[in-house]
Design a protein around this ligand. Structure first.
Ligand SMILES: [Fe+2]
Ligand SMILES: [Fe+2]
Length: 143
């Protein structure tokens, strides 16, 4: 497996993981602010969709079906529960920072140039990841 293939697989796993994590947080903190739970769960659904996009791309590119969807989602949920003692603000800061670095990485890949089919994938998910990077400030910012 070359570096690119490994990256696509890892992206698929991370997206599925994030779906599980956002889903648990959305349920745990649904009353933190009006619509807050729904907002997190909506972000989770976007991650799920991203995961499916990476899986589809992987299948087309390598003719291999990635099968770890359920496992990665379960792991994301497990981590969500394990993080229960951590204050929400810390968790969201961590998540937002991570989303921001994902967005920067994607922007760099797009600028550097990638295969046109992969470019479509990256351009599709970038606006969502940028939106996710604002989750912390939406919840705890001064706005
Ligand atoms: Fe994503
Ligand atoms: Fe995201």
């Amino acid at each position: 497996m070359d570096k690119f293939q490994a990256e696509v697989r890892s992206n698929f796993r991370t997206e599925m993981f994030a779906f599980g994590l956002y889903t648990v947080l959305g349920n745990q903190y649904k009353n933190f602010k009006p619509n807050f739970g729904e907002h997190l769960k909506e972000a989770g659904k976007q991650e799920h969709m991203h995961g499916r996009i990476f899986r589809q791309f992987y299948k087309k590119q390598y003719n291999i079906e990635l099968k770890e969807e359920k496992l990665c989602i379960a792991f994301g949920k497990l981590v969500g529960y394990a993080l229960t003692p951590i204050p929400l603000s810390k968790k969201l800061k961590m998540i937002s920072d991570n989303e921001a670095s994902v967005a920067v990485k994607i922007e760099k890949q797009i600028a550097d140039g990638v295969h046109k089919d992969y470019l479509k994938v990256l351009e599709r998910i970038l606006p969502d990841e940028i939106a996710h990077s604002k989750i912390y400030s939406e919840a705890f910012g001064d706005n």
